[in-house]
Design a protein around this ligand. Structure first.
Ligand code: AMP
Ligand code: ZN
Length: 503
């Protein structure tokens, strides 16, 4: 099933909330050609959870909408492959970090693919950019904004950057001059001189550099790599809301103290996800990785839709009811799409349907153009499906109407990407992973049953059913249909034979 290409829509402006200005600003590339953006990527110490993926998915919605409107983008994402947590976990596992992180990097990209999150144009690993970070620390030192502590670590001098706090708009008047923090996990409301470079501790991964033996702090990584690939000033910087302070505030301080130019013009922050109304945490028992949900039998497309359907600036309360709603919505979309593709319609166009399609398209784009309001963008599409279904039922739907509506569905899917069915692969991969990770006990029984039937076995059962029907053995035919249905396989009797698909 191929969803056709959407029609050209340029120019269609995006008004996006800017944390820095506190208002909706129109997003335009400052060089008039390519939108340069940086998004903070994952810290690869474990598998990504659905909160992480909510942020990456909302950034994907942004990307895809910009692409749909014809904008060219250059999107850089970092991978934090050295930090306190990674060092701690690798030490516990008794392996160097260079052996510890690759499996989580790989898992991250597998999960991104499962959720159909487009790859950024540039992916930058922290450990591959140490010299750039060292250079930046040297420049900060030369500008009087960095100093070396007794143990050989380097700190940013907060008092050297009076604009500190302009992004998060925190009142930092109680800030203690010279107080320092050297861990990557911060107290929420204190502003301190922060570590740029951490002197080597015995047994820890370290690099020998002109500023001493050690490793980078977390914040310097993003400043150095963003400027390396996007220049001293670029258009947009994005991440989850927890990063606004202190991480993004620190990125601004580090970068602007050296360049004296605005670092990023526009800042986008994705609101945190809650699960059943509470903060997601392992100790609360409401913590889910993508893999956990796939093994419970939910489809990757449903997880994608559930995580993007609430606009990025609203709190998303993730529930299993919400996931079922997304599953049903996708079923509705796919069934309708099939109905259009396979249906035979008389030539011509009906003015009402044409007008309804145009209106749905305009409303859909206007909703996304208004701060990426995904909830409002969905509504006109489902409304259109309802009225088109009615027209088809009443025999008032014509071939030209199909083309008009397929074009609307194509622009919907260019951003939402759930109509075309790619769900079998992520499930198959999750099962293979569970097997190898010894987690088969967590797998939903229906999922095991569904996967356990090979295509050939299904073909054989379907053939047996056809024969049973021919022999008027309807009891056996029904029995086979039910057996297959229990394993998630649906049989469709068509004029030209019998088809089956895995649900
Ligand atoms: P990390 O791997 O912890 O560095 O986080 C990767 C991204 O996920 C960052 O942009 C975080 O802000 C974001 N993030 C972490 N937890 C959540 C959550 N519960 N909801 C939404 N975004 C989150
Ligand atoms: Zn960052």
């Amino acid at each position: 099933m191929n969803v056709s290409k959407p029609t050209d829509l340029r120019p269609m402006p995006l008004r996006l909330f800017n944390t820095l200005t506190g208002q909706l600003d129109t997003l335009v590339p400052m060089d008039g050609a390519t939108l340069r953006m940086y998004a903070c990527g994952p810290t690869v110490y474990d598998y990504g959870h659905i909160g992480n993926f909510r942020t990456f998915l909302q950034i994907d919605v942004l990307r895809r909408f910009l692409e749909l409107t014809g904008m060219r983008i250059h999107h850089v994402m970092n991978i934090t492959d050295v930090d306190d947590k990674i060092i701690r976990n690798a030490a516990e596992a008794g392996i160097p970090i260079s052996e510890y992180t690759p499996r989580y990097v790989e898992a991250f990209f597998e999960d991104m693919d499962a959720l159909r999150i487009e790859r950024p144009e540039q992916i930058a690993r922290a450990t591959g950019h140490i010299p750039r970070m060292v250079e930046l620390v040297q420049k900060l030192a030369a500008a009087g904004a960095a100093y070396r502590a007794e143990d050989g670590s380097w700190y940013f001098r907060l008092s050297a950057f009076p604009a500190y706090g302009k992004l998060s708009k925190k009142d930092l008047s109680g800030m203690e001059d010279g107080a320092r923090v050297d861990v990557d996990e911060y107290e929420k409301d204190s502003a301190r001189d922060f570590a740029l470079w951490k002197a080597a501790k015995p047994g820890e991964t370290a690099w020998d550099t002109p500023i001493g033996r050690g490793r980078p702090g977390w914040h310097i990584e993003c400043s150095a790599m963003a400027m390396e690939y996007l220049g001293e000033s670029f258009d947009l910087h994005a991440g989850g809301e927890d990063l606004m302070f202190p991480h993004h505030e620190n990125e601004i301080a580090q970068s602007e103290s050296v360049t004296h130019k605005q670092f990023a013009r526009h800042w986008m922050h994705v609101r945190f996800l809650l699960v059943d109304g509470r903060k997601m945490s392992k100790s609360e028992g409401n913590f889910y990785t993508l893999r956990d949900l796939l093994l419970k039998g939910y489809k990757a497309s449903a997880i994608r839709l559930a995580l993007i359907s609430v606009p990025y600036r609203h709190q998303l309360n993730f529930t299993f009811d919400g996931l079922m709603e997304a599953t049903n919505a996708i079923e509705r979309l796919r069934t309708f799409h099939q109905r259009l593709v396979k249906g035979a319609f008389a030539a011509g166009e009906s003015p009402q349907i044409q007008e309804a399609a145009q209106r749905a398209q305009a409303d859909y784009l206007a909703a996304l153009g208004n701060d990426l309001n995904t909830a409002e963008a969905r509504a006109p599409i489902f409304e259109l499906i309802r009225s088109a279904n009615t027209a088809i039922d009443q025999g008032e739907f014509l071939a030209g109407d199909r083309d008009a509506i397929l074009a609307v569905l194509a622009s919907f899917d260019a951003v939402f990407d759930v109509i075309e069915d790619h769900d079998a692969e992520p499930t198959r991969k999750a099962l293979a992973w569970a097997e190898q990770a010894g987690r088969m006990a967590e797998v939903a029984p229906e999922l095991v049953a569904r996967q356990s039937l090979s295509d050939e076995a299904i073909d054989a059962l379907v053939a047996e059913r056809t024969l049973a029907k021919k022999q008027r053995n309807f009891a056996r035919a029904d029995q086979i249909r039910n057996e297959l249905a229990e394993k998630g396989i649906v049989i469709e009797d068509a004029k030209d034979g019998v088809r089956w698909k895995r649900k």
